[in-house]
Design a protein around this ligand. Structure first.
Ligand code: FAD
Ligand code: UDP
Length: 379
């Protein structure tokens, strides 16, 4: 008899497994249908011996010291600041759009924040109410930059017009008037020194945690006895799609190894043009690995395949709310993570959500004798 069945060995499931096992001294079984732990953050050495991310580039960034401290129990860090270039009509220009982008694209020599702000202001097409991903970009930088950097990239990535997507999607990418060309604003930007998978291995290395891979929840649902459950898969799947399918966007990852030491100048190059892929990642920039060859990944967006992204738009939020109500009425099951809470969360946000779920569980269940024993053992 397990105290907990956890479905999914990604950030949500693994962070909770560790807390329940270590802090509450409870017995945990994690199942994942994939042949590995780590969820979408899984990385591995490919045939050439290069460390790659199986499911596309994962860069850790956060402003929350508590989350850094928590993960630092399981990994050291390699400082890394993410920089991205966009291939606009054959020229590589920095994205987020910043002063350097504007000067290079239009042959200008703007020297101050004020000059770039004025440039944007003259072109911006503000909406009365900013609702969609189109409103966000048009309202800030105007139509030409919107068309060049955002419109077709977004159509490719989501299979939707930016005007059909919630404002939160393109608002993820800042617009700057200075020359800061880092992709993220966060105070902490690092990569786990020995990779994500190693970090997950250390997190899950506890005698109270048992892991079953290549095991679908449906296969063990009735065959295994457990008291409570954490579900981190798609919430609509848990309820047998009772209200219809929640849309998730998928990707096909095309991995390649090339017989050259370097393919592109930065880790990620975005392709906002007619190419069938959205971006190419070269991992050596992220990992610092030295090798005579290099490995890269093309991301091809797709409607079919594993669910990678919830699709932020009002109808989907409404449908999710119906499933959320069912979830709230399901005793002894907690729904956590990007797929189960249908939120376009980064890794740090999922870790934060898992840690706060743990606090709620711990408060609701109280300090039983098992926990007291764990405290005595660690004293
Ligand atoms: P997942 O990692 O999806 O884990 C859920 C697990 O549950 C999966 O392993 C799945 O196999 C398993 N599962 C589901 N259903 C079942 C079932 N029925 N039975 C058994 N197992 C099941 N975040 C960042 O912070 N920085 C980045 O740079 C970044 N880049 C990203 C790039 C891409 C291409 C993608 C897709 C995401 C990126 N993210 C990034 C987001 C990050 O991947 C997620 O925030 C995080 O991995 C979510 O963790 P999770 O545990 O909620 O879900
Ligand atoms: N985006 C874009 N062009 C870019 C980069 C981003 O149009 O060069 C839009 C696109 O809609 C994308 C969203 O902004 O899905 C968020 O970008 P981010 O890089 O955060 O996406 P993720 O890494 O989560 O795939």
């Amino acid at each position: 008899m397990f105290d907990w069945l956890i479905v999914g060995a990604g950030f949500a499931g693994s962070v909770l497994a560790e807390r329940l096992a270590r802090v509450r001294n409870e017995r945990v079984l994690i199942v994942d249908r994939r042949p590995h732990i780590g969820g979408n953050a899984y990385d591995r050495y490919d045939d050439a011996g290069l460390l790659i991310h199986q499911y596309g580039p994962h860069i850790f960034h956060t402003n929350a010291q508590q989350i850094v401290d928590h993960l630092s129990q399981f990994t050291e860090w390699r400082p890394y600041e993410h920089r991205v270039l966009a291939d606009v009509e054959g020229r590589l220009l920095p994205i987020p759009i910043n002063r350097t982008t504007v000067n290079a694209l239009y042959g200008l020599d703007l020297q101050s924040d004020e000059a770039v702000e004025a440039f944007f202001r003259e072109r911006a097409e503000p909406a009365a109410e900013v609702r969609t991903s189109e409103d966000v970009v048009l309202g800030r930088v105007g139509r030409d930059l919107y068309e060049k950097f955002f419109r077709s990239y977004t159509r490719k990535q989501w299979g939707l017009e930016p005007s059909q997507l919630d404002k939160s999607v393109t608002a993820r990418v800042p617009v700057r008037t200075n020359t800061d060309d880092r992709y993220f604003n966060d105070a902490f930007q690092c990569m786990p020194k020995h990779g994500y998978t190693r970090m997950f291995e250390r997190m899950l290395d506890h005698p109270n945690i048992k892991i079953m891979l290549q095991t679908d929840f449906a296969d063990v649902r009735r065959g295994i006895s457990y008291k409570r459950m954490i579900f981190t898969g798609p919430i609509d799947e848990f309820f047998d799609h009772r209200f219809g399918r929640l849309p998730y966007r998928s990707l096909r990852f095309e991995h390649k190894t090339l017989d050259v030491p370097q393919f592109q100048p930065v880790a990620v190059v975005n392709y906002p043009g007619a190419e069938p892929y959205t971006r190419i990642t070269e991992y050596k920039h992220l990992t610092g690995q030295e090798h005579a060859k290099t490995s890269i990944t093309y991301e091809h967006p797709s409607a079919e395949g594993d669910p990678y992204y919830p699709i932020p738009k009002p109808e989907n939020a409404e449908l999710f709310k119906r499933y959320e109500k069912l979830a709230q009425a399901t005793p002894n099951v907690w729904f956590v993570g990007r797929l189960a809470t249908y939120r376009y969360y980064n890794m740090d946000q999922v870790v934060g959500q898992a840690l706060s779920t743990f606090q709620k569980i711990d408060a609701a269940l109280g300090t039983g004798t098992k926990r007291a024993r764990a405290i005595m053992q660690s004293a």
